[in-house]
Design a protein around this ligand. Structure first.
Ligand code: SF4
Length: 164
């Protein structure tokens, strides 16, 4: 994994700003607290967030455009999570896959929010999740992450969890 990470790093032309950086932002009463693996700056001076993945399961390339974690990172940039570094515009985000059996690293990039046809998708997602979790109950709904979900065996949306 280290060799794959170095291979990826040597081919990455963005500028590294900081690693393992925490952030906290408020989005209309919704607080988001997190930490990014790498905060980088692209050639246009925009923030680019990289998340290093060491696990074996990899999202489909077609899912990256609306990958929630990456979208929330970009939203955090937009809400001044990293203004202290002079970075206030999101330039995109990516997952760098170094785990599993693959020989080479794989980078899966999400385009800048501002370049998306519907740049509000990320904030809408956060507001929808926050609204749902603030309720007295919310339904488990099958989705593309179920196969790698740690609580599937006790999830009522699947046969094996229904008894729980
Ligand atoms: S297994 Fe259940 S809890 Fe896990 S992602 Fe799927 S629906 Fe959600």
């Amino acid at each position: 994994m280290v060799r794959k990470l170095i291979d990826w790093h040597e081919g990455n032309d963005r500028e590294l700003v900081v690693t393992e950086e925490g952030f906290q932002v408020d989005i209309g009463g919704i607080e988001i607290i997190g930490r990014v693996d790498r905060l980088e700056k692209d050639a246009a001076g925009r923030a680019f967030v990289v998340d290093i993945k060491t696990g074996g399961s990899v999202p489909k390339d077609g899912e990256i455009g609306r990958h929630p974690q990456l979208g929330v990172y970009q939203l955090a940039v937009l809400k001044d999570a990293f203004a202290r570094f002079g970075l206030t515009e999101p330039g995109g985000a990516s997952l760098v896959q170094v785990g599993g059996d693959r020989v080479n690293p794989k980078e899966q990039g999400q385009k800048a929010l501002g370049d998306d046809a519907a740049p509000e998708w990320s904030e809408r997602l956060v507001r929808g999740v926050a609204g749902g979790m603030a309720g007295s109950s919310f339904p488990a709904t099958r989705n593309t992450f179920c196969d790698s979900c740690a609580v599937r065996s006790s999830c009522p949306a699947h046969d094996e969890g229904k008894r729980v």
